[in-house]
Design a protein around this ligand. Structure first.
Ligand code: ZN
Ligand code: ZN
Length: 185
């Protein structure tokens, strides 16, 4: 049983289009039926996608819904990807979740289809850097020769990089103390 889409608003050019003018979207939609992937629970007009012209202009990419990760019958797979904007939860700046990133995110990394990046690229980079600094810190703290000044200097530096001023100063003071004892001895 094929369901018919009526009107489609192209998210790229904002044009209101008849489904008959969106051959590529129609094809993707029918493919879901053909492959028996269409869920009865999905509402009738759910799928959004770009018009043929915008796809030809490379404003949208054709998705492969059958390789996406949707485990509930309420999740609607992506038929197409186009650039989407959202605000970063950390710095609040608006950022673009590009169509290429979405393709990579949902079809290569197989992230669940309703997941969406919370942070902009800069904040994501910053978070990754913090995590790797933290891992390095754990590595260092697990070493037994904690008295070594070189080691403490590295720890102090990492704390400074991840913005923990208190710990940064704490380790600097420790190094100072060691310098003093060095002089006395
Ligand atoms: Zn369009
Ligand atoms: Zn941000």
């Amino acid at each position: 049983m094929k369901r018919k889409l009526n009107k489609v608003i192209c998210p790229c050019c904002k044009g209101v289009l008849n489904i008959n003018d969106c051959n590529i979207l129609g094809k993707s939609y029918n493919n879901l039926h053909r492959k028996n992937l269409f869920q009865k629970t999905w509402p009738k007009i759910i799928f959004r996608g770009a018009c043929d012209y915008c796809i030809q202009q490379n404003r949208a990419l054709i998705a492969k819904p059958f390789i996406q990760n949707y485990n509930s019958e309420w999740d609607l797979p992506h038929l197409m990807f186009w650039d989407k904007t959202t605000n970063c939860q950390k710095c609040k700046i608006e950022f673009v979740f590009s169509k290429e990133e979405q393709q990579f995110w949902y079809e290569k990394l197989k992230f669940i289809i309703y997941s969406f990046p919370k942070y902009c690229l800069n904040c994501r980079k910053e978070r990754r850097a913090k995590i790797s600094q933290n891992n390095r810190l754990m590595e260092l703290l697990n070493q037994e020769y904690l008295n070594d000044k070189q080691l403490m200097r590295e720890i102090a530096e990492i704390y400074s990089k991840i913005g923990n001023d208190q710990k940064h100063k704490f380790f600097l003071r420790k190094i100072e103390k060691l310098n003093v004892t060095d002089k006395i001895m």
